[in-house]
Every structure is written in C-alpha cells, then in structure tokens.
Design a protein around this ligand. Structure first.
Ligand SMILES: Nc1ncnc2c1ncn2[C@@H]1O[C@H](COP(=O)(O)OP(=O)(O)OP(=O)(O)O)[C@@H](O)[C@H]1O
Length: 309
C-alpha cells in the first residue's frame, strides 16, 4: 500500500525501477598518508534484466565499483542502491543477507569461486545451506532438486559430481555462475570472469551469462577487458578516472529487405550537473583545450574551438 501511495505521490525517476542506481559515488582509499580517489562522483543506472559490460583502463575504478555493488566494500560518499537495498545504510546483518541473497559474484580466479574439496553440486548447495533456512523435513531433498535444476538450466548437469580439479577452467567458471545463482539473486556481478580463459572457452562462459540473463531474467554486470564480451552485450559502459565517461549501445535493426543487423552507437555520459567528458581524440582533432564555444541549435548543441565562428 505504502509503495503504491508513494508511486502516485512522487514522479517516477528511472532509478526508482533500476536494478542498480549509483549517484555521485565516491571511494577514497588512504594508504601511508596518501589518498587515492578511486571513484570520483560516479553515476550509473542499470535497468532490471539488462546485460552490460563495464570497461576501462587499469586503475580506472572498475573493481572498486564492483566490490561496492557486491557489498564487499563501502563507499566514502554518494548513494548506491542494488535490488532495492541501500548499500550505505545496511546493518552488518543485512549486509550479510544482501551478499548471500540479493547479489551473486563471480571472480576472475577460477580457484577463488569454488571450494576444492566439494563437488560442483555441493558447491552450489553451500550458499543455500549458509542462507540458513530453518531445518524442515525434506529440505535437503528440495535443495538437491534445486541444485540439479540450476546445473541443468546452465547446461552443466553432467558435471554435478566432479570436483574443481576435475573441471577445465571454463567448466569451473560455469559452475561458479551456478554457485552465484544458488539463492536466486536479482543481480549477478562478475569481475573479469573470462580473463584466464582462451577465446573459445571464454565464449562458452559468456553464453552461460547470457542464459542466466535471458532465461532467468537476472541483471548481469561484467567487468571485462575481453573485446568479445564487451562487443556482444547490449550496453558497454566505460569508466575513466573513477567516473562513467562513455557508453556504447547496440540495437537489433531490420532494414527494408527484412535483413537484421546490429546497430552500434557511442554516447558520452551526461551527469546530473550537465557535465560530459568529451573523447580525447575529438578534442585533439580540433585542438580544443581550456574552453569551447557552446551554441544551442534547434535539435543539438554545437561545440567549437575557442575563437572559431
Ligand atoms: N585497497 C586499496 N587501497 C589503496 N588503493 C586502492 C585500493 N583498491 C584500489 N585502489 C586504487 O584505486 C584505483 C582504482 O583501482 P581499481 O582496482 O578499482 O581499478 P580497475 O579499473 O579495477 O583496474 P584493473 O583493470 O587493473 O583491475 C587505483 O588507483 C588503485 O590503485
């Protein structure tokens, strides 16, 4: 009722329905008296059910952002909400619940995702056990059924009884995705999940992310340097100096002959204060620095080098 009332009372912003909404997110690390601003007012909204890639140079802040979204780290300032949880306001207990139930996480290092002495099925069952539902009759049978269903849905049912050492790197990552899905999270986060894999294996792992996104409706965010992953998703967001700076959106378009193709367009991000980061190659091409002349045309804005007419 209350939700309905507020929905009527307040205009709906895109962030209200978003799976992830970060606003002016700041993370400062202090080490040996030196401060590093890993995130400098980052803004990012991810719609529910989206599959997106996060790219950027080394040190741009990707892992810092992902750790905050995963509930492993806390921002210095700003706001971040994931799956309806306010990440700055979580109590220790709620944070644990958030990490166990609301988000799934896949690390780059295959060994970090799975316990070596457990089979694939046991690894997937573990987060369900840790969730700590009160022991009820038939709970373990229900759990076993659910584990089998997840493994089947991801096309790895035949790996259920193998231990990580008996799996290839790609198979381990696909089992890791199953583990991350164990408690039906709304959001799945992955930090360089294909970083240690050859391109063919990486493609199979990426397909598993796509299955989770398409079949189970989970919002997926993948930090990657892999051009295959970054080029295959609907939306690729680039981070520069701790801020989202640009993004590429891809759409399926059909021409007049019924031929389908992917259309790709790069955008720069416009933040709440009206700031944009222009691509360095554009600025260099026109020798723009310090300031630019800005004019409003009926349907666009013109930027010119200072002094040009
Ligand atoms: N725990 C920490 N203590 C101090 N500085 C840190 C810490 N974690 C990250 N940083 C710094 O914050 C900045 C952003 O780091 P981050 O790991 O988020 O970048 P990244 O984009 O993920 O890089 P990479 O692609 O190399 O993983 C870097 O300058 C890094 O040195």
């Amino acid at each position: 009722m209350r939700r309905r009332a507020t929905a009527v009372a307040e205009p709906r912003t895109p962030a209200a329905d978003a799976a992830i909404a970060c606003d002016r997110l700041v993370r400062i690390f202090s080490q040996d008296g030196i401060e590093v601003q890993a995130l400098q007012g980052l803004e990012l909204t991810v719609d529910q059910g989206d599959l997106m890639a996060l790219v950027g140079a080394s040190g741009s802040g990707k892992s810092t952002l992902l750790n905050i979204l995963a509930g492993l780290d806390v921002p210095t300032a700003g706001s971040a909400a994931v799956a309806g949880y306010d990440l700055l306001e979580l109590s220790a207990r709620d944070r644990l619940r958030y990490r166990r139930e609301a988000v799934g996480f896949v690390f780059q290092q295959t060994a970090r995702n799975l316990l070596p002495f457990l089979t694939a099925a046991q690894n997937v069952a573990l987060p369900m056990q840790l969730k700590g539902d009160s022991p009820r009759r038939g709970a373990s049978a229900r759990r076993a059924t659910k584990v089998a269903e997840i493994l089947e849905a991801l096309g790895i049912g035949e790996l259920a009884h193998r231990r990580p050492a008996e799996l290839s790197g790609g198979q381990q990552q696909r089992v890791a995705i199953a583990v991350a899905m164990a408690n039906d999270p709304k959001v799945l986060l992955a930090d360089e999940p294909t970083g240690e894999l050859d391109s063919e294996t990486a493609a199979a792992v990426f397909e598993t992310f796509r299955t989770v996104n398409k079949e189970l409706g989970v919002t997926v965010v993948i930090v990657t340097h892999d051009p295959m992953v970054a080029g295959e998703v609907r939306r690729t967001v680039a981070i520069r100096d701790g801020r989202t700076s640009s993004e590429v959106l891809r759409r399926l378009v059909t021409d007049e002959h019924g031929e389908e193709s992917i259309s790709e367009r790069e955008y720069v991000v416009l933040d709440r204060s009206g700031r944009v980061q222009l691509p360095p190659k554009f600025l260099e091409a026109l020798g723009m620095e310090h300031r630019v002349a800005v004019d409003l045309a009926p349907d666009h804005i013109e930027l010119r080098p200072d002094g040009a007419h």
